[in-house]
Design a protein. Structure first.
Length: 478
C-alpha cells in the first residue's frame, strides 16, 4: 500500500507538470487575434502572383506572334541583282535588275520590275534603252491556288491558334485553381480538426482534474486517476499527430502563395475560413450537352479539328493543275528626264501549266489528313462521353455526400447532448471515467468525420468546376 501511495503521489506531480506544459504549448496554437484568410483572397492572390498564372498569361503573346508570322507571308518583297563582267580589259556586260512583289489575299501578286543593261557582249534579249526598262503587272493562279494557298492557310490556322492559345490559358489556370483549391480545403480541414482535437484535450484535462479532486474527496478510487491520466495522454498524442498533418497541409497551401516572384509563408495569425462556410454556390444544369462542349480539353480537340480541316482544304486544292498567268506592260525610261514612254504593243506575258499524271503524292496527303480528322472526331466523342459520365457521377456524389453530411451533423449534435449528460452524471458520481471517455470519443470522432465530409463536399464542387471547364467563369461572376 505504501508503494502504491508513493506511485500515486508521483502521478499527481506528473499530472500537474503536464497540465502546465499543455497549457503553455497549446495556448500558443489558439491564436486569440486571428485574421481570417478567406478562400476568395487566397484564389485572388494565386491568380495574380503565382508563376503558373503568369505563365498562362504568356499564351496570348504566343498567339500574337503566330498571327504576325502568318501575316508576314503577305509582306511586300524587294529584290535587286547586279551582274558585271570584265575580261581582257573589255567590259563584256552589266546586268542590273530590281523589283518588288506584293502578294494579295485572292491569289494575285502585283509585281514591278526595273532592268538596265549595257555591254558589248550583251545577249540581245537583255538589251534595254539607255534609261532602262520598267514593267508593272500581275501574276495570277487560275486553278491551284485560286481559292486557297499556303499563305492563306497559314493565316487561317493562325486565327485558330489564337483560340487555341486562349483555351490553353484557360486549361493552365483551371489546373492551377483546382490544385490550389484542394490545398486550401485540406488546410481548412486540418485546421478545423486541430481545434476538435484541442477540444478533446481540454475535455481530457478537465476530467483528469475533476477525477483527481474526487479522489482527494474520497469519491473515486486512485486507479481512476491513472485511467484519466492515460486518456489525457491519448488526446495529447492525437493532437500532436494532427499537428503534423496541419503543418503539412499548410506547407502545401503555402506553395501557392507568391508575391513579386518570391514565395511567401503564411503569417502565424492567419487562419482559414470556418469549415462550415459555403465556398461555392453551384447551380448544375439540367442538360449537360451544351455544358460539355465548353471544357478546355474538349475545345482543344475542336480547335485541332478546325486546323486539320484547313489543312485538308489545302491538300485537296493540290488536286488541281497549276495554271499561272503573268502579264506586265513595259515602259521605256528615256534619258533627259522626259516622261515614261508607253505603247500598247510593249508588254510581256506568260502562262505556265503543270500537273502530275498519277497524283499519288497528293492522294496520299489527302487520305492522311482525312484519317487524322476521323481520329480527332473519335477522340472528341470519347472525351465528351467520358466527361458526361464523370460529371453525372460527380453530381450524384455531391448529393450523397451532402446527405451524409446532414446525417453526420445531426449525429454530432446528438453525441454532444449525450456527452453533456454523461459529464453531469460523472460530477455527481453516477458515471465513470471509462463511460465518460467513450462518450467523448464518439463525440470527437463524429466531429472529425463531419469535417472530413465537409471537405469532401467542397472537393467534389471543385471537381465539378474543373470537369465542366467553368472555374474561371464562376470566379469572375463572384
Amino acid at each position: 500500500m505504501n508503494l502504491f501511495a508513493l506511485n500515486i503521489s508521483r502521478l499527481r506531480i506528473h499530472v500537474l507538470i503536464l497540465i502546465c506544459t499543455v497549457g503553455m504549448h497549446y495556448g500558443s496554437w489558439a491564436v486569440t487575434d486571428s485574421i481570417p484568410f478567406t478562400y476568395q483572397d487566397f484564389i485572388a492572390q494565386v491568380l495574380e502572383q503565382h508563376p503558373v498564372a503568369k505563365q498562362a498569361g504568356l499564351q496570348p503573346g504566343f498567339a500574337a506572334a503566330e498571327r504576325l508570322a502568318a501575316r508576314g507571308n503577305f509582306d511586300p518583297k524587294l529584290n535587286a541583282d547586279l551582274d558585271d563582267k570584265y575580261l581582257g580589259q573589255k567590259h563584256y556586260y552589266q546586268l542590273f535588275e530590281a523589283g518588288f512583289k506584293i502578294p494579295t489575299w485572292y491569289g494575285l501578286t502585283v509585281a514591278g520590275h526595273y532592268e538596265n543593261t549595257t555591254g558589248i557582249y550583251l545577249n540581245p534579249e537583255n538589251r534595254t534603252d539607255p534609261g532602262g526598262l520598267i514593267s508593272l503587272g500581275v501574276e495570277a493562279n487560275l486553278l491551284q491556288g485560286l481559292l486557297i494557298d499556303q499563305r492563306r492557310a497559314a493565316l487561317q490556322q493562325a486565327a485558330v491558334f489564337t483560340q487555341q492559345a486562349e483555351n490553353e490559358q484557360r486549361l493552365i489556370l483551371q489546373s492551377l485553381l483546382t490544385d490550389a483549391s484542394g490545398a486550401y480545403i485540406n488546410w481548412q480541414a486540418a485546421f478545423t480538426n486541430q481545434g476538435i482535437y484541442q477540444e478533446g484535450l481540454d475535455l481530457a484535462t478537465q476530467y483528469l482534474v475533476a477525477t483527481r479532486q474526487l479522489y482527494f474527496n474520497g469519491d473515486k478510487p486512485a486507479i481512476d486517476t491513472l485511467e484519466a491520466f492515460l486518456l489525457f495522454q491519448d488526446q495529447q498524442m492525437q493532437l500532436l499527430e494532427n499537428e503534423i498533418y496541419l503543418n503539412k497541409a499548410q506547407q502545401e497551401m503555402e506553395q501557392y502563395l507568391w508575391y513579386d516572384g518570391i514565395p511567401l509563408e503564411l503569417q502565424p495569425d492567419r487562419v482559414p475560413e470556418p469549415v462550415e462556410t459555403e465556398l461555392f454556390e453551384l447551380t448544375p444544369p439540367v442538360v449537360l450537352d451544351d455544358l460539355l462542349a465548353r471544357p478546355p480539353d474538349v475545345l482543344a480537340k475542336t480547335y485541332k479539328r478546325s486546323q486539320l480541316q484547313i489543312e485538308q482544304r489545302l491538300k485537296v486544292d493540290k488536286y488541281k493543275p497549276k495554271l499561272k498567268l503573268k502579264y506586265a506592260p513595259l515602259f521605256s525610261v528615256p534619258q533627259g528626264g522626259t516622261p515614261l514612254e508607253y505603247d500598247l504593243d510593249n508588254y510581256k506575258w506568260g502562262v505556265g501549266f503543270s500537273m502530275p499524271l498519277l497524283y499519288r503524292s497528293e492522294r496520299g496527303a489527302v487520305q492522311k489528313t482525312r484519317l487524322k480528322i476521323q481520329e480527332n472526331e473519335f477522340e472528341l466523342e470519347d472525351k465528351q462521353n467520358q466527361l458526361r459520365n464523370k460529371v453525372q457521377a460527380n453530381l450524384q456524389k455531391q448529393v450523397l455526400l451532402r446527405e451524409q453530411l446532414g446525417l453526420q451533423t445531426e449525429n454530432a449534435r446528438g453525441y454532444a447532448i449525450l456527452l453533456d449528460a454523461e459529464r453531469e452524471k460523472f460530477m455527481i458520481g453516477e458515471s465513470s471515467v471509462f463511460l465518460l471517455n467513450k462518450r467523448a470519443e464518439k463525440y470527437l470522432s463524429t466531429r472529425i468525420k463531419q469535417t472530413q465530409l465537409t471537405a469532401k463536399v467542397r472537393l467534389s464542387e471543385v471537381e465539378y468546376l474543373y470537369l465542366t471547364g467553368t472555374f474561371m467563369e464562376y470566379l469572375a461572376n463572384q
